[in-house]
Design a protein around this ligand. Structure first.
Ligand code: ADP
Length: 264
């Protein structure tokens, strides 16, 4: 419900009353509003790299092209912006596929313990040496039925955030445990953290705590939204815990048995 208030007052005279209008925002309206917001966000996100590219291309045309120092720098910027747009469009396509009702996950039997080690090892090879990894991974095989590629993507998105927002010398701690009929994975970092009031919003499409900073480090603002869609489709849960300035932990819980689609 949305409330709006109008004060009844003649010129500077006494306040005679207040009119309160309560609007019942129906679910349909809410969906419609979210859709409009989404389209506006997408347009903005695409426009930003395009306008940057236009100004660098104009500068090249206006003479920077024959400047041996400037030309490669400017071309580099346009290339980075192109890469960003490709990432953005790839993420958007993926979300749009997942929004589609007839979208199917490709369930297969996967040993989660092996899978998480593979993903962590890949990051270990390419990460900044100043960040260290610590692992507390369930030490028996953990067979589950999941869409392997999609779960890899969820882990990729969470781990790359942990690395992006970690300071030099920071630690990233991976934990995986079996809890009843679920697997609980958590990825903890010692990075900038997230203010309490934003903790649930970070799973919304295009939501970023610090827009400028996220763009600077190449984020699309869609990584966690995709992770949430995938985890939900597996009938799992994803949530964040954080202490601002101290670090963040992203938790994922996946059922070891049934998934919504399979049970349906
Ligand atoms: P982005 O591409 O901006 O990283 P995400 O959907 O992956 O988009 O994350 C949304 C926002 O959540 C980020 O912009 C950032 O503000 C916040 N966030 C996500 N992970 C972390 C983390 N590990 N530490 C601090 N902030 C984070």
């Amino acid at each position: 419900i949305r409330a709006s208030f109008s004060v009844i007052q003649k010129d500077d005279g006494p306040v005679n009353g207040v009119i309160t209008v309560l609007h019942d925002i129906t679910e349909q309206e809410q969906i419609e509003r979210e859709r409009r917001e989404f389209v506006s966000n997408v347009s903005h996100e695409l426009r930003t790299p395009l306008t940057t590219m236009r100004s660098y291309l104009e500068a090249l045309q206006d003479g920077a092209m024959s400047d041996e120092q400037l030309a490669p720098k400017f071309l580099n910027v346009t290339q980075q912006e192109t890469e960003r747009m490709i990432r953005l469009v790839t993420d958007l396509l993926q979300l749009s596929k997942m929004d589609n009702k007839d979208y199917n996950l490709n369930f297969q039997k996967v040993n989660l313990r092996e899978l998480i080690h593979q993903v962590i090892d890949r990051f270990e090879m390419s990460k900044n040496e100043k960040i260290t990894f610590e692992k507390y991974i369930y030490d028996k095989p953990l067979p589950v039925r999941v869409d392997r590629d999609k779960i890899i993507q969820v882990l990729d998105n969470i781990i790359s955030n942990a690395l992006k927002y970690s300071p030099d010398g920071g630690k990233v701690i991976f934990t995986m445990n079996k809890e009843g009929n679920s697997v609980h994975i958590s990825i903890k970092d010692e990075g900038v953290g997230i203010p309490k009031q934003n903790l649930t919003k970070i799973f919304d499409r295009f939501y970023r705590v610090d827009k400028a900073r996220s763009r600077e480090i190449g984020g699309t603002g869609l990584g966690l939204a995709i992770a949430k869609e995938v985890v939900n489709a597996h009938n799992g849960e994803i949530w964040a815990e954080s202490e601002y300035g101290k670090g963040t932990t992203i938790h994922v819980k996946l059922p070891t048995h049934q998934t919504r689609e399979e049970s349906a």
